[in-house]
Design a protein around this ligand. Structure first.
Ligand SMILES: Cc1cc2nc3c(=O)[nH]c(=O)nc-3n(C[C@H](O)[C@H](O)[C@H](O)COP(=O)(O)O)c2cc1C
Length: 214
């Protein structure tokens, strides 16, 4: 298959260094609000890149669950392949691509587990079947012989924890926060003259912006 004749012209917006807010989180919040209003499907889906001690990068989608004052939070299984990578190397990056808005956002920084109490509070808010599913998927990314094995485990756990009884929060499951060090906003423009503004922290811990060549 050859896609070399396939191209779109991006013309939906502009990004001007002079008019962006001082805080990247203000712009991130504004872009997220617009993505929700414009009905981007799963605007919270972000690609998470990690790299363990083997120096082989891995990337997969996780769901953004919170934008804090310092970064972004998602939830997963700490025993997963990504959890292993993170335990070996705390540098990570997430990426959003919203084609409806012709926008990309990259957030990189150090990643760490969030407070266990906060993870438990979120786990208990999830639908009962998702809670059971978290127990089935241990260790996440481990091999399973076939789908029936998974379904049997799911059924056993459902009878152990009927829908009116609480499911305990697994110790192997919880949130990670990436504390942002760089946040890049990309707005597609015509003729590949895209706008790229990146925020980075200076020595006084203030955010500074730079325009990057597309
Ligand atoms: C739309 C979408 C949302 C997902 N959200 C999550 C999530 O929030 N947490 C998670 O652990 N996996 C999520 N996954 C599954 C991951 O992409 C991945 O398959 C899984 O976490 C195992 O990754 P790993 O082997 O690199 O650890 C999602 C997948 C998709 C397609």
């Amino acid at each position: 298959m050859d896609f070399t004749d396939q191209r779109l012209s991006y013309e939906k917006g502009v990004l001007d260094q002079q008019s962006v807010p001082t805080s990247p989180f203000e712009l991130l919040g504004a872009w997220m609000t617009e993505a929700i209003e414009q009905k981007v499907q799963e605007p919270y889906a972000m690609s998470l890149a990690t790299c363990g001690a083997d120096l082989k990068p891995s990337v997969r989608i996780v769901l953004l669950r919170e934008i804090t004052e310092t970064g972004v939070v998602f939830y997963t299984n700490y025993d997963s392949a990504k959890g292993q990578d993170i335990s070996e190397n705390p540098n990570a990056e997430v990426l959003f691509f919203w084609h409806e808005l012709e926008r990309q956002i990259r957030i990189s920084g150090r990643i760490a587990k969030i407070d266990a109490g906060k993870s438990a509070a979120y786990f208990q808010k999830r639908p009962h079947d998702s809670q059971v599913g978290a127990w089935v998927s241990e260790p996440q990314s481990g091999e399973v012989a076939n789908r029936e094995v998974m379904e049997q485990k799911f059924a056993q756990l459902q009878s152990r924890y009927p829908s009116d009884s609480p499911v305990p929060t697994p110790t192997f499951w919880g949130g990670y926060e990436i504390t942002a060090e760089h946040i890049e906003f990309w707005q597609g423009r015509a003729s590949r003259m895209h706008d790229r503004i990146v925020y980075s922290k200076d020595d006084n811990n203030n955010w500074q912006t730079k325009r990057l060549l597309p």
